[in-house]
Design a protein around this ligand. Structure first.
Ligand code: C2E
Ligand code: MG
Ligand code: MG
Ligand code: MG
Length: 292
């Protein structure tokens, strides 16, 4: 009887696994045509200055809507693209679209930067820095307006190569952000070694402190201070409530991103938001807390 049950469990497991493989196969086959069939789009999620909440930049996030499968999440299709090698074409498409959009915004006088997520696989590509330089030149984008986000997971791979590649990229003048910091992969020593400009604190760290006494608040505090001590800009991701914003602000973090300030939206919507912005208001008067 027990044996029979065990067998059922194995069969169920096998069925689940087969289904997963089938889905992956379908996605891989379909993803191959996604660019040509115009199924990919970028959305732009605002990055705001804190505490003013003025948008200062945007993260470009990839969206894939397939006519039959519907929307497929990047968490599902990016790994498929990485395994199949399609990530190089897709990444090049993302980079180009983002730079094209950025150049339009800059031409219209908007003072913004745009960040693009980079797969570790793309970094292995020996001429990646050259491609970035070409795209920037083609669209006339000043390099410091582009941020390339490398996920903390990339750090688990060859550290020496990563440092070398990031240094090359930075040589083009773009800024580098370490994404998802605190999600559990990189060590503090690695943070010191990596040539990065911006530290993005992962939502997992930001999400918890619903109250200032929450256990994550001290962690946010320490990470923000650490980043600043290393001379980095610090950006807190996944801010979804005023309480979370408060924790982040009190830690001294000056850049934020999250549903509280808006999800990713098509470029036109983001632009409307930039247009309706008032010119910078008077600076807040120094208080006892932030006076020099
Ligand atoms: P990420 O780079 O860490 O991007 C942030 C993710 O958090 C986005 O999910 C965003 O929609 C989501 N998010 C934003 N605000 C909130 C919030 O307040 N609460 C919560 N719970 N989530 C929030 P998305 O767009 O589904 O992307 C997931 C991941 O897929 C990204 O994580 C990134 O690693 C990857 N990805 C997205 N676009 C690209 C791309 O063009 N290239 C590559 N290589 N990876 C991409
Ligand atoms: Mg990112
Ligand atoms: Mg992130
Ligand atoms: Mg992520």
């Amino acid at each position: 009887y027990a044996k029979q049950r065990g067998k059922n469990r194995v069969e169920r497991y096998q069925a689940g696994y087969d289904e997963l493989l089938r889905r992956r196969g379908t996605l891989q086959g379909e993803l191959r045509h996604a660019i040509d069939r115009d199924q990919l789009r970028l959305v732009f999620q605002p990055v705001v200055a804190l505490p003013s909440m003025r948008p200062v930049g945007a993260e470009a996030l990839l969206r894939w809507t397939h006519p039959d499968l519907g929307p497929v999440r990047p968490d599902e299709f990016i790994p498929v693209a990485e395994e199949s090698g399609l990530i190089n074409r897709i990444g090049a498409w993302v980079l180009e679209q983002a730079c094209k959009q950025l150049s339009e915004w800059l031409a219209k006088g908007h003072d913004v930067w745009v960040s693009v997520n980079l797969s570790p696989k793309e970094l292995h590509n020996a001429d990646y820095a050259g491609q970035v330089a070409d795209v920037l030149a083609e669209y006339g984008v000043p390099p410091q307006r582009l941020v390339l986000e490398v996920t903390e997971h990339a750090v688990a791979t060859d550290m020496e190569e990563l440092v070398r590649r990031l240094a090359e990229l930075r040589g083009t003048g773009v800024r580098i952000a370490l994404d998802d910091f605190g999600a559990g992969y990189s060590s503090l020593t690695q943070l010191r070694t990596l040539p990065v400009d911006i530290l993005k604190i992962d939502h997992a760290l930001v999400a918890e402190p619903e109250s200032r006494t929450g256990t994550a608040a001290p962690l946010v505090d320490v990470v923000v201070r650490l980043g600043h001590r290393l001379g980095l800009e610090v950006l807190a991701e996944g801010i979804g409530s005023p309480a979370q914003r408060e924790v982040v602000e009190e830690a001294g973090c000056r850049l934020g991103q999250g549903s509280l300030f808006g999800w990713g939206v098509p470029a036109e919507h983001f632009e409307t938001r930039l247009r309706t912005l008032r010119p910078a208001g008077p600076r807040p008067q120094p208080t006892a807390r932030n006076a020099p």
